[in-house]
Design a protein around this ligand. Structure first.
Ligand SMILES: *Cc1c(COP(=O)(O)O)cnc(C)c1O
Length: 365
């Protein structure tokens, strides 16, 4: 087998090596079943066990209260941009959007195709490098909104909410795609929290939605069935064929988190250590490296930065690649570099990048 390199891609992204190895080992024949998970009926007892166990592990890891449903859906996080207002934004009501980066901006513009939407805060003036203050939010939130929407980690700008915004009694909806399962949360604060799997918890193809029961039950009757949370939930996410393989790999990731990492508290500790390695190099570089997000809201998952001297960018990327550090190019809207250091990125990978950055600085100062 070719040696693996460290993959800092924003998504689809790095998966835990033990997960890949187990999927590979069992790919041709699941133990005790004799056929591949790729070939099995979603109506079989085996697949039912896979999806049930995936949900049970997730409930355990995230401590999800009983009055919340877990759904495994298709269409990516982007479908949720439309499905949420289709289900939860009735005529005569409006929804509040907190726009802190590319993904919340996109979610808001998609929601506008479905109903009345208010932008309560927009960080575009400074190219989304910070978050609203609680006071700015309080001044603008609508206490009668159908819901308040935010993106807990902006994957492109590397801006992350350290805690949930305070929105009173209004149901809080969160796109957690690029941080899902990175730290313990109090799920009871949310009306809904959702994530596509391919950033922090699995391969592309499945989107995990955790939603309070009363909101699930609020779906109007006139929707196409697969776009109704209520109908999908009543059918155990299997109104139609689910993304079986993606759900299976998600199950392996949850097992890895429970057994190898040792739970979500341990995961969080590790994630903090990893991010500190990179931010320390940036902060101690005397301006050689410049981070995008302001310090108080820097992401533990996506670290966008640049070199003050833009002429060094190509050289940095080429040399990093030669060291086995790949996919470090920044998004075109921010420029420079972006290191995505999701749950599955090992500490050694981040350490290697931090060492490379220091060495590159020394050689090019
Ligand atoms: C990647 C991403 C999306 C889009 O996900 P798709 O599954 O490609 O639709 C949405 N929100 C956030 C925060 C993301 O990182």
């Amino acid at each position: 087998m070719q040696e693996r390199v460290y993959n800092f891609s924003a998504g689809p992204a790095v998966l835990p090596l033990p997960v890949l190895e187990e999927a590979q080992r069992d790919l041709v024949a699941l133990p005790g079943v004799g056929i591949s998970v790729l070939e099995i009926s979603h109506r079989s007892k085996t697949f039912q066990m896979i999806i049930d166990e995936a949900e049970a592990n997730l409930r355990k890891l995230m401590n999800i209260p009983d009055n919340y449903k877990v759904l495994f859906l298709q269409g990516g996080a982007s479908l949720q941009f439309g499905m949420l207002p289709m289900n939860l934004l009735p005529a005569g009501k409006s929804a509040d959007y907190i726009v802190t980066g590319t993904w919340s901006k996109k979610a808001m513009s998609e929601a506008k195709t479905q109903g009345n939407v208010r932008c309560v805060w927009n960080g575009s003036e400074t190219n989304f490098d910070h978050l609203p203050t609680p006071e700015e939010l309080q001044a603008n939130l609508d206490p009668n909104a159908a819901y308040a929407y935010y993106t807990s980690n902006e994957t492109i700008q590397g801006v992350q909410f350290p805690t949930e915004p305070e929105v009173g009694e209004v149901p809080l909806i969160c796109d957690a795609s690029s941080e899902f399962m990175y730290k313990p949360l109090d799920i009871s604060k949310y009306g809904c929290i959702y994530a596509c799997a391919q950033k922090n918890c699995g391969p592309a193809g499945v989107t995990i939605v955790i939603m309070r029961e009363d909101l699930v039950n609020a779906s109007p009757d006139n929707l196409v069935s697969v776009l109704s949370y209520k109908k999908m939930s009543d059918a155990g996410s299997m109104l139609n064929t689910p993304p079986c393989f993606a759900i299976y790999v998600f199950l392996l990731v949850t097992e890895w988190m429970l057994k190898t990492v040792g739970g979500i508290d341990k995961m969080y500790e590790l994630n903090k250590r990893k991010a500190a390695l990179l931010y320390d190099v940036i902060d101690q570089s005397n301006g050689f490296y410049v981070g995008h997000a302001r310090k108080e809201c820097r992401s533990l998952m996506n670290v966008p930065f640049r070199t003050a001297n833009a002429e060094l960018e190509q050289k940095f990327l080429e040399e990093a690649k030669n060291e086995g550090l790949i996919s470090l190019g920044g998004h075109r809207s921010v420029g420079g570099f972006r290191a995505s250091i999701y749950n599955a990125m090992p500490l050694e990978g981040v350490q290697k990048l931090a060492d490379f950055m220091e060495d590159f600085h020394r050689r090019n100062d």
